[in-house]
Design a protein around this ligand. Structure first.
Ligand code: SR1
Ligand code: MG
Length: 428
């Protein structure tokens, strides 16, 4: 199959095409006529199938040569599957057990056969239903600290890291999607944008906000220029599968060498959006406990990330940056701690900027979140979205002057209750 020209899989062709591959047959069964195949992809880009046989089940993910959400008018290279495969192997090494196991990869067919996670569901869906997952703060805080620290010059041998940086530098088209959809399009009337009509006045205010537009481009500048570590690149709540006992991160096709703060900011932004959307899912009962849970998850995720990053700094800082020959080896452990403080402070400040723009793009840009989209009453949806837009603006513009998540979460509560005034315009 490796030499073959690309052919998109279908429910009918998948079993005959893949059952001859030993690594796949071993996990599903060798008799294709006994396979049950269904397409379950609901993402923006790819095909995703579940194949079940007499032995077991696998997931087959295949890239399409275009953006599924838009159609073939927007071509997108198949090589994103190559980057996803290589990111998954690195993440498994750096944070064992945090991603699905990969059984087979075919570069020409842009397909990855991997572990079928069951009874896992997408984290975003769980949060919309009001489910409180007990492990996500710990698991995702550790995942981010371990993958981001261990992929950086704090830890890696510099030659190996530079080779890896060169490998992922070719993921240009997916970076281009983020550069446009996240950092630029939300801030003007770009052709693919859409928003809930009742938001018109808030949207006009944000698009006229000079400080915000400058800050969004500063974040884009960082995203494009700060090749610090191998980031997941699309770490939102739709890229995480969960049960009460297990958390797995999926879909790293946007992986590239970028700022440590990018993954952290994107994830926290998606929790804040989940928080603001709860009001729209309250028909089945009060979501007060869910709101409190989400704000706690945000604080705990950052605390776990910080603690694990600090532990790795003290025990695995073997790369070229801040070498121990300058600090610990000279009896100056305090110097290393001082440097750690600076590094964490920069991650904190940048993380808030990335979180702010992520909230904006999910409400004003092309790719929206089910958290808000599933709210049918557009007036109610707009109320939820407006609160998220205002918090996003506040943390992006004021990120250098914000001391704690407690402070931000207090503002989030005020906004959610409609008690925080405008929080846009020139109030920075
Ligand atoms: C056209 S792709 C839109 C979005 O889907 C992916 O999940 C990324 O978040 C991207 O920005
Ligand atoms: Mg994805």
């Amino acid at each position: 199959m490796k030499e073959d020209a690309f052919q998109a899989l279908t429910v009918e062709t998948l079993a005959p095409r893949l059952s001859a591959i030993p690594a796949v047959a071993e996990r599903v069964g060798a008799a294709p006529e006994r396979w049950k195949v269904r397409e379950v992809g609901d993402g923006n880009l790819n095909l995703v199938f579940i194949a079940e046989g007499e032995v077991g089940s696998v997931v087959v993910k295949q890239a399409l040569p275009y953006v599924r959400l838009v159609g073939d008018s927007w071509p997108l290279p198949l090589k994103r599957s190559f980057f996803e495969y290589h990111a998954l192997t690195r993440q498994e090494k750096r944070a064992p057990g945090s991603v699905p196991a990969v059984f087979f990869f075919d570069e020409a067919q842009a397909l990855i056969v991997m572990e079928y996670l069951s009874p896992h569901i997408i984290l975003r869906r769980a949060l919309i239903k009001g489910e409180r997952l007990p492990r996500i703060a710990e698991d995702l805080g550790l995942f981010m600290a371990r993958t981001l620290f261990r992929g950086s010059d704090f830890h890696m041998e510099t030659r190996e890291r530079k080779a890896d940086l060169a490998l992922f530098a070719d993921n240009t088209e997916l970076c281009d999607i983020t550069e446009n959809l996240v950092f630029t399009d939300p801030y003007f009337d770009a052709p693919m944008n859409r928003h809930t009509p009742e938001l018109d006045p808030v949207v006009a205010e944000l698009r006229a906000d000079r400080d915000l537009k400058v800050e969004a481009q500063r974040m884009k500048h960082l995203f494009a220029a700060k090749a610090e570590t191998l980031v997941h690149g699309d770490l939102h709540t739709g890229s995480v599968m969960v049960t009460a006992k297990d958390t797995r991160v999926i879909d790293p096709e946007f992986a590239f060498y970028g700022p440590i703060a990018f993954d952290v900011g994107m994830l926290l932004a998606n929790y804040w959006m989940a928080f603001f959307s709860q009001k729209g899912h309250e028909a089945g009962g009060s979501r007060d406990a869910m709101r409190a849970y989400l704000l706690q998850v945000i604080e705990d995720t950052w605390a776990v990330f910080r603690a694990e990053f600090s532990r790795l700094w003290r025990t695995e800082r073997a790369g070229m940056l801040y070498p121990s020959c300058l600090y610990e080896d000279q009896g100056d452990a305090l110097g290393a701690e001082q440097a750690l403080g600076h590094v964490l402070h920069e991650i904190w400040t940048d993380m808030l900027g990335f979180a702010g723009v992520e909230m904006h793009r999910r409400i004003l840009g092309l790719a929206h979140n089910a958290d808000f989209e599933d709210i049918e009453d557009t007036g109610l949806r707009a109320t939820c979205e407006a609160a998220a837009l205002k918090l996003g603006r506040h943390i992006a513009v004021n990120r250098r002057h914000i001391a704690s998540l407690t402070e931000i979460n207090h503002l989030a509560q005020l906004l959610d209750e409609g008690r925080a005034g405008a929080l846009t315009g020139r109030q920075s």
